[in-house]
Design a protein around this ligand. Structure first.
Ligand code: OOG
Ligand code: NI
Length: 296
């Protein structure tokens, strides 16, 4: 069930984010991994509109049903976002990070635009889903939810919240998957080394706050590619290049209480867990114009 839903998400994500296949191909060519399945997916992330019938409270029900546990909350005052992370039911599954736009904190004009779309969804759509039907859940996660936005609305939203504009067009498309680097061969098992490899292969890294985002405890290090641009089709046939999704890289260091364990015995529970608001704040910008102006 969960596996089918995750596979469906990864499949559509790969189709629209060329960097995914390109990163995997570069890792195989370099001999870092043998095949795509060797990659440990640290986490995946979704973005949502925080309106009563949608938002985190709606989308999370799918993953809570599959055994995920809701963990810490993070708040991003400048970006007007809240987010939570969810621990998986078993270590072979990725963590999940779901954020939501605090719609009520936006200007009345932006709120009105958002509600004109989200208002088409009359009640929480997840309540009407049979969560035991993986095909139904997969098609829901890739459904349009509301009408195709106009380019004018997209641009008005983008001027106030790039996150809002991203969600109004991209809906629940997977925002990123995350290559876990700490279990890779030496030379590639730190974010610093992995970034060197990525840049050597021509990948553009998000440099908001520096290319390596480090938690204050020094144990969670993250980097991300700049989102590639996609040709979006807006209402009335207007076409415009907008940010799609990106790829992230994470290194979780061993906790001090497990520092004595031999390398072969280190498992997920011995490493730094969770997320970090300061890191996340900069990673969100992988789809923001300040970063995507560097991608094509
Ligand atoms: C999520 C950004 C935060 C992390 O790992 O902290 C994040 C997003 O861009 O939607 O992915
Ligand atoms: Ni992430």
């Amino acid at each position: 069930m969960l596996k089918d839903v995750l596979n469906g998400l990864m499949e559509r994500y790969q189709q629209r984010v060329p960097d995914v296949a390109a990163v995997i191909a570069a890792m195989i060519k370099e001999g870092i991994i043998q095949q795509a399945e060797d990659i440990e997916n640290d986490h995946i992330a979704f973005r949502t509109m925080g309106v009563p019938q949608l938002g985190v409270q709606s989308l999370e029900k799918i993953f809570l049903h599959y055994g995920y546990t809701k963990m810490e909350k993070y708040h991003f005052p400048a970006k007007k976002l809240d987010a939570w992370w969810y621990a998986p039911p078993a270590p072979q599954y990725p963590r999940i990070f779901i954020s939501e736009l605090l719609v009520e904190a936006l200007s009345p004009a932006a709120q009105q635009i958002i509600h004109s779309y989200t208002g088409e969804v009359k009640s929480d759509p997840v309540n009407a889903l049979n969560l035991d039907d993986a095909v139904a859940v997969d098609s829901f996660l890739h459904s349009s939810l509301w009408r195709t936005p106009t380019l004018a609305d997209y641009q008005l939203l983008a001027a106030e919240s790039e996150y809002a504009a991203w969600v109004i067009y991209n809906r629940y498309y997977l925002n990123h998957f995350t290559v876990s680097v700490h279990n890779l061969p030496s030379g590639y098992n730190t974010v610093a080394d992995f970034n060197v490899f990525l840049e050597k292969h021509g990948f553009q890294l998000n440099d908001a706050g520096g290319k390596i985002k480090t938690s204050p405890d020094g144990r969670l290090l993250q980097s991300a590619t700049v989102a590639g641009m996609i040709t979006a089709e807006f209402a009335g046939g207007d076409q415009f290049r907008i940010a799609g999704s990106y790829v992230e890289f994470a290194e979780r260091k061993v906790l001090p209480e497990f520092a004595h364990l031999p390398a072969g015995e280190i498992r997920r529970e011995h490493r730094r867990e969770g997320f970090e608001a300061g890191n996340a704040d900069k990673i969100f910008e992988s789809t923001y114009a300040t970063q995507t102006k560097k991608s094509s």
